[in-house]
Design a protein around this ligand. Structure first.
Ligand SMILES: [Zn+2]
Length: 238
């Protein structure tokens, strides 16, 4: 009998109960792990599933951490009660930084360590990035249509006020969902690229919708364009 896939609904429950990070160290890069071996339990029960980062996952596999410890940590995950998730370091190097917004590109050569605005919408910085000692630090401010800040990441530290949001990590991709709808899909592509393949935002009557093919801003579609910083934002929507 082959091992059935864990359903998306169960995965969402697991992320929520584990506070969106490894139960041992809080790392947002996660894998789904069975506390008791699947051939013992034979079901993907919510209580039997947990989140581990690749390092702690491999320590369990190698027998350096025992399952009882994982079980204990699952009941009291590292991120529980914390206001911020731990800072995750994204290794970046080279002399060029490329950002993709849908099919639109912004390339910057010989960049400095100063913070750069990647997406600006209605005079607010939505996505910004900064380099520090070879690491990329991303900040994100997500506002709802009433201009209320509803989700934030500050320099790779997620602020735990998720309300109706779910954050999903698959390999090097992060997906932010609001009530089951994908509003942000960011893909980290080292050594020097960041890809925003989905960004959905609204402010009053103004609507910005980024898909892999194009940017739709208030009915105007843009695709395969090159945008430059010129001291401002890579992509500015006013
Ligand atoms: Zn860990």
């Amino acid at each position: 009998m082959s091992r059935p896939k864990i359903s998306n609904a169960i995965k969402a429950e697991v992320r929520k109960k584990c506070y969106y990070g490894c139960v041992i160290c809080g790392n947002p890069i996660v894998e789904y792990e069975h506390i008791k071996e699947w051939h013992v339990e034979k079901k993907h029960e919510l209580e039997n599933l947990t989140l581990l980062c690749p390092m702690h996952h491999s320590e369990v596999t190698k027998g350096l951490i025992d399952k009882d410890f994982v079980s204990l940590k699952s009941k009291n995950p590292y991120n529980k009660g914390k206001l911020l998730s731990p800072n995750y370091h994204i290794n970046y190097y080279g002399d060029e930084f490329e950002v993709l917004l849908g099919s639109n590109t912004s390339k910057e050569k010989h960049f400095t360590d100063a913070e750069r605005v990647i997406v600006r919408f209605m005079n607010r910085n939505i996505i910004t990035a900064r380099f520090e000692e070879g690491n990329l630090l991303i900040s994100l401010n997500y506002f709802d249509e009433n201009n209320k800040l509803v989700f934030a990441i500050h320099e790779n530290e997620m602020i735990f006020n998720l309300n109706s949001f779910d954050i999903i990590n698959v390999k090097n991709r992060f997906i932010l969902k609001e009530n089951n709808r994908t509003v942000i899909n960011i893909h980290i592509a080292p050594p020097r690229k960041l890809v925003v393949s989905t960004l959905i935002m609204k402010s009053g009557d103004l609507e910005l919708s980024v898909t892999e093919e194009y940017i739709n801003y208030c009915g105007t579609k843009m695709s395969n364009m090159h945008s430059s910083y010129n001291g401002g934002a890579a992509f500015n929507f006013n």
